[in-house]
Design a protein around this ligand. Sequence first.
Ligand code: ADP
Ligand code: MG
Length: 737
Amino acid sequence: MENRRPAELDLPLNLKMLSPKLQKQLEESLGISSVGQLLNYFPRTYLAPGELTALAELPLGEEVTLIARVQSANSRRMRTRKGKLLDVVVTDDDAGRLGTMHLTFFNGYNAERQLTPGTRAVFSGKTGSYRGQLTLTNPRYSLLDEGEGGVEEHLRPVPVYPASEQISSATIKTCVYQLLDSLAHSQLNDPVPSHIAGRDRLMNITQAYEMIHRPHEVEDAYRAQHRFRYQEALVLQTALARRRAEALAEEATSRPHRQGGLRDQFDASLPFSLTAGQRDIGEQLEADLAAAHPMNRLLQGEVGSGKTLVALRAMLQVIDSGGQAALLAPTEVLAAQHYQSIRRTLGPLAEGGMLGGAVDGTRAVLLTGSMSMAQRREALLAAASGDAGIVIGTHALLSENVQFFDLGLIVVDEQHRFGVEQRDALRAKAAAAPHMLVMTATPIPRTVAMTVFGDLDVSTLTELPAGRAPIATHVVGLSENPRWIDRAWARAREEIDAGRQVYVVCPKIGDSQMEADSADALELYEGPPANRQELTSVLELFESLSEVPALAGVNKGLLHGRLDPSEKAATMGGFNDGSISLLVSTTVIEVGVDVPNATLMVIMDADRFGISQLHQLRGRIGRGGHPGTCLLVTQLEPEHPSRERLDAVAATTDGFELSQKDLELRREGDILGASQSGGRSALRFLKVIQHAEVIEKARKDAQGLVDADPTLADHPELEEALDLYLNAEKEAFLERS
Ligand code: ADP
Ligand code: MG
């Protein structure tokens, strides 16, 4: 057991492994002080000898990599510009081939110091020509140590490490190689169980560290990378599988369906029939809620696919068996909207105890931060006494003075704006673990769901209820033709004259604070600074629309997150009942608003919104059986990269296709960003899109392992890796908060 040291990677680097000078350098420049940190400092890329080309045969205008020896180096001041120009002549006579080449460095002070005659190095860059001769300009290079072996040695791939001003790739390489030599006879603990390694012919961990740093061929490095990637996926998925297992072991109150109860009465009162998806998922939820352990389910589906209806039926089932349900919305406007639409949808069923209400009816109450004391007190009482079967609110529901009589189900609308911690806070309000349903209208590709929401079961509504009309989306490029905005207003007039209603959405409010409507969590994209145009604000646009002849006499409303609640309510009410024809608004209308008569949406500075946000916004129109039109107005030139997002949104209404596109256009970190990942920031090698197969396989393996061995007693190495991972996750989380 001598070489099976626990947490061996945590050992500090010591004298036997590395000279004090190198240790100091590593610590100071990269903060590396332990064995594991250094082993896990992986090469950024490899310079492959297979791709080496003789100087005489180099092609023009291509990326090349070559090993050569410096013959001469001369530097001179430039005549037309400030600075120095270094001309280095290299030869590849080492390899028994004869040829020379000029390398040019502008202000290459390091190069001047390092590339002295006789030095050998690997150079790479794109070939160009100067005065008829092939050159490389400012090539990347990595010095090769003398006496490190002959040509043979250099036919191996050269690892290139992420270097810095203070430490070069070559020095890091020296450190890593000394460490590997000192570890040559020890066997590191391997988190990947041997039966899996055997099945997939994965390298063991010791070998993998050797091969990722010192591959014989580049393929070795790739195989090692693959192994580490799998390991990462396995550790992550095992953590998730264990969380699922823990949730299954947790006890919850069973909330079975009651024949003839509110849910049955509600079903009988529906003016339409459920879609097949709503029916299937409904059955699943019915079974989940009846179980004696908590449901943890993610319900995803496009805006308007009928998620809220599915959730409402689940709430009624819980109420039928004596419990209460809480519905959490991301903003006050949305909470109020849910409240109104649930009361409308339930009708007499939500008027329990009131004249004309159903005999066994329940009550729905709204609880938000901005309500008057009296209103609040009444709602709090209804929640605590159990009078209210459904309590709707924002995170105000999380505050300490909110009590429930018997909270059985928590529905969270729009998960991506709601942190894991907040869910946990609400969960703590129930005596036994409540059932949990998370709804999101942002379609999440399967592997992202498995990574980010891996502890949730996922249900997806794929079809829209019948009667949805198509939405046509057009990009209105004002840089091509500024007058197109007038066309947009004329179009709005046509809709209004036909009895329809219009949304106009702007990216900012425009009051003194001059910033995004943060209450609405607007995800503005940063454009390149040169193109930072003045954004259209709600307040300014509302003013200037009164001067637009085409809109003369149109009744317009104004809505944003900083209005006081009564004004907000009045405006929403006016738009709902049709007395307001045109609503100028921030993204407060993004989710949940349901005005079927609205057919046109004009989005100003649409380039400042994300793909999924645009898609959700336009989901507000085309709901009443009338076809909808969405105009994406932008001031950016057609070539601007942000226009690509607009074109993507205009090209399809398929939410899944769009979210895939979104992933391609955005950086990974944005997707697994803090708010969504719940702290899962430790992914190093996995790319959720590229490595879908690895993730799927690891998920299956992890589930198998945890099923067979819930405490991982037979897999201490995996358990240890899991602890390290969970600690890192916790630390990352603490750092952020
Ligand atoms: P989501 O929450 O997914 O945005 P909702 O549940 O709010 O969708 O439904 C959007 C609209 O469609 C609501 O007016 C709702 O009453 C209606 N609706 C829901 N399910 C159906 C159905 N099966 N057939 C017809 N209309 C439906
Ligand atoms: Mg909804």
